[in-house]
Design a protein around this ligand. Sequence first.
Ligand code: GRG
Length: 299
Amino acid sequence: MAFEMALIRRAAAVEVLLRRLLDDRALSGEIARPDRLMAAMRHGVLNGGKRLRPFLVMESAALFSADGEAALRVAAALECVHCYSLIHDDLPAMDDDDLRRGQPTVHKAFDEATAILAGDALLTLAFDIIADEATMLPAERRAALVLALARAAGAGGMVGGQKLDLEAEQAPPDEAGIIRLQAMKTGALIRFACEAGALVAGAPAEDRERLAEFGSAIGLAFQLADDLLDLTADAGQMGKATGKDAAAGKATLVALHGANWARSQLHGLVDQAHELLAPYGEQAALLKEAATFVATRNN
Ligand code: GRG
């Protein structure tokens, strides 16, 4: 319960900031931004969502008593990258989805070209937010965050994982290939979310690595849980609205080893995640609950 309340509280804070950052009025020193583009960006961002990644940034930052306002801005930046990826993932050239978070996808509500541009602008806005002096951190910490986010989001991270995922439709990968693809496509941003808290705080490298490992463990759990939800949706049970991946016979660890194996893996990953946070004691209680939530979520 404490976790659910904290997730809602953190989501509300990040939404206030996102609303401000996506305001029609130009940023100081910037040429006015086109209305329809801004409207499409808002549609893709201010449309619900659990705001799990921002939560992970803010909670991992709190673990090291980092500046809360700076952590909030990094959290908002990461959510912009996540939302851009969802807008592009929904496009006809990719997943071709009509609904996202229960509302028309951006290309349905606007048009395809506008959706592509809204995604592009959200990606660049993310780096703008972090690099801006308003993110009151020493310049080298902002640079380290920009670098880590660029790597998590780019060809060696989420975008590369998406490419491998598209290729997997033609040539299904083996187990190692599936793990690599998922670690890149969904794992990299979750890993960054957890690592970012340590970066905002300027925590020692050992803590940064520990939080990154925690992020990798819950990233894997997130994807396994997602594949399980997909399977139950495909079987017409509770879970995701569509079981598209399972119905398409997509190569996943769940498809390879079955649901019971996946559930026992999830237990192991949550234990591993909790152990990684053991040095932080009670301070890490909410992050530990987040790991459990990720593995047991039903949406
Ligand atoms: C198009 C560059 C590009 C990348 C797309 C992450 C991704 C890569 C695509 C999303 C496809 C998808 C639905 C994957 C399953 C896991 C996932 C990322 C689910 C959505 O994340 P949640 O559950 O969503 O955190 P909310 O809506 O709560 O933010």
